[in-house]
Design a protein around this ligand. Structure first.
Ligand code: 13P
Ligand code: SF4
Length: 354
């Protein structure tokens, strides 16, 4: 729906008043009404880097979800303030791994006698606590655009990887990009005693996958792929690696949101695409590339927004910008110093990956 012209004018005026003091970051899954005010847009890797690239901005307004704002706070200086326009913009996947559960898992690995061989690799989509755990135990963070490089690095440091919290990204990267088999992977279920695994199963595994998933990408299945191939003959199926393994295995191309955009930019006129990722991005891409004769469809028949990404809407953005312009610091996301130090170690290992 078109944005309310009054709110658009208020957002523009507040941003103008703040000038260089504010830097607005927008994840690709944000609404159009919000994206129009972003100084940069990107996937989670690009935004983590870009947040750190504006040291003169006093306020970083993060249009995305909570873990992204935390990462921006960790990577920016102490006097820069990161603001999340709606504090209810969390991530159900990040919530699937709590600090207590992960500490318990480490005890299970220690009991099985393998903790010393295990390197944690945590997806960006995790809380600052989980990133700190990762840093403390010699591990790295990864995103969907550098998961293979992170695993290559991790297997140089140790024999096994504990991959948190997205089992699909972990499995897809191990099997598709690293040449491992499905049997090399086990799933640790934090709701079962010992993760639902025997010590022998843990000792035999190369990849210990945390039982987390994205509620948005988890909705695509093999039928979605088969249906779209029937509906649109000649279609190229392009999906995000947070999708289930069966979907990734049946797709033609797999990659992060930034990869998806680049693939469509490079696609020839007349080509047809079905995209398996969040709907705000797919709609924006469909509109952008339609004039070039590229036909872009959503992979599934049912709509599939990320409800927490969508919580950041124009009224929340206007409220945040106007508050800052009046000198009221609202909705600041601030990670405590000890957590920040270890989480930063893990994030910096990611940023240093070749
Ligand atoms: P990327 O931005 O790394 O593609 O991740 C997608 C996502 O689900 C972000 O929450
Ligand atoms: Fe979390 Fe999935 Fe939404 Fe990304 S798309 S914020 S992983 S629920």
């Amino acid at each position: 729906s078109p944005s309310d012209p009054d709110l658009v004018e208020r957002a523009r005026a507040a941003k103008e008043k703040l000038g260089d003091k504010v830097f607005v970051l927008g994840h690709h899954y944000q609404r159009d009404e919000v994206i129009q005010f972003a100084d940069v847009t990107g996937d989670s890797f690009k935004l983590a880097r870009d947040a750190a690239a504006r040291p003169e901005a006093e306020y970083i307004v993060f249009c995305g979800v909570h873990f992204m704002a935390e990462s921006a706070d960790i990577l920016t200086s102490d006097d820069q303030k990161v603001v999340l326009p709606d504090l209810a913009a969390g991530c159900s996947m990040a919530d699937m791994a709590t600090a207590e559960q992960v500490a318990e898992c480490w005890d299970v690995l220690t009991e099985a006698g393998i903790a010393e061989q295990v390197v944690p690799v945590s997806y960006m989509n995790s809380s600052a606590d989980i990133k700190a755990f990762t840093g403390k135990h010699g591990g790295t963070i990864c995103t969907s655009s550098n998961a293979k490089r992170a695993l290559d690095w991790a297997f140089e440091q140790g024999e096994k990887v504990l991959f948190l919290p997205d089992q699909h990204l972990g499995r897809n990267t191990a099997v598709r990009d690293m040449g491992m088999s499905l049997d090399d992977c086990v799933v640790y279920n934090p709701h079962k005693p010992n993760g639902g695994l025997t010590a022998d199963e843990l000792r035999a595994a190369k990849m210990i996958l945390w039982r987390g998933h994205c509620s948005v990408h988890g909705r695509f299945n093999l039928d979605s792929v088969n249906d779209v191939r029937e509906r649109i003959p000649g279609v190229n199926v392009l999906v995000h690696p947070e999708c289930k393994h069966e979907v990734v295995a049946a797709a033609d191309y797999v990659g992060s949101t930034e990869y998806i955009i680049k693939a469509l930019e490079a696609a020839p006129a007349g080509s047809k695409w079905a995209i398996g990722t969040e709907l705000n991005l797919v709609r924006r891409l469909a509109n952008r590339f339609a004039p070039e004769g590229k036909e872009i469809a959503f992979l599934d028949k049912t709509v599939c927004f990320c409800s927490t990404m969508n919580r950041i809407d124009l009224p929340h953005l206007v409220w945040a910008l106007e508050s800052l312009a009046e000198g009221n610091l609202v909705n600041r996301i601030e990670v405590d110093k000890e957590t920040e130090a270890f989480a930063k170690l893990a994030l910096e290992r990611m940023l240093a990956l070749p």
